[in-house]
Design a protein around this ligand. Sequence first.
Ligand code: ZN
Length: 152
Amino acid sequence: MISEELRELYQELILEHSKKPRNFRALEPASHTAEGFNPLCGDKIKLYLEVVGDEIKDIGFQGSGCAISKASASMMTTSVKGKTTSEANTLFNEFHKMLAGSSEPYDEGKLGKLSVFSGVSEFPVRVKCATLAWHTLRAGLESDGKVVSTES
Ligand code: ZN
């Protein structure tokens, strides 16, 4: 149960990240790139990764879309920067569990600030906006230059 006060705080943080997205830039060069598209809302993202060994040394994104997709991409980049690819995959799984309405409980401690998106699970159409950046991240880490769509 999320209190009214916490909900407002969450909304403020999402709004703040959507207005001033972090890591909003193309990386040149990038070791991995991927593009994501959410046709239901019109969100588009291009993700740039600089992976050295097993570490995500740097990450950037560009794109356009609604406030939730932008804020989610911004917070995704700050969460995985400096992490290993397997740590990033763990975050993806927890984030997905939180939003997919899974019966399995998600690990709030692992998600940290990303928990601000928990309220989005009440709005199924918005879940795709929030998970787009994460699906694009996984596509980028798995193979280079792939285009992912939330509708495929
Ligand atoms: Zn959207």
